[in-house]
Design a protein around this ligand. Structure first.
Ligand SMILES: [Zn+2]
Length: 114
């Protein structure tokens, strides 16, 4: 695999690290919302209990997405280290620079992403 001369790896790395930092900071923000819902019927009416369960589910969904994005970013940083960044993980073709600029953590070409 040839190093891509059209990619500024240092710039991509700092973009990914910045995004990674933002995602890590966000963990504590969603932590409380994800905590188990108090199901004490005496304290919570049925409707507010449903509200609580709903917002807990939402917070869990946000957290799930956050983890997936962190994994994608870590994988992309790993590919930069390995000198494999910018090549489709599936077919090995060079990923167009516009696609990488849109999403620096993207791992596959458009054809393989379908
Ligand atoms: Zn591909």
């Amino acid at each position: 695999m040839v190093d891509r001369t059209d990619i500024d790896r240092e710039r991509v790395r700092s973009q990914l690290m910045k995004r990674r930092g933002e995602l890590l900071e966000r963990e504590s923000a969603t932590k409380e919302a994800r905590d188990p819902v108090e199901l004490d019927q005496a304290r919570l009416g049925r409707l507010s209990r449903m509200d609580a369960l709903q917002s807990q589910a939402l917070a869990q969904d946000v957290e799930r997405r956050r983890k997936i994005e962190l994994q994608r970013i870590d994988a992309a940083l790993g590919r930069i280290e390995a000198g494999e960044y910018g090549y489709c993980l599936n077919c090995g073709e060079a990923i167009p620079i516009a696609r990488l600029e849109f999403d620096p953590a993207v791992a596959t070409c458009v054809d393989c992403a379908r």
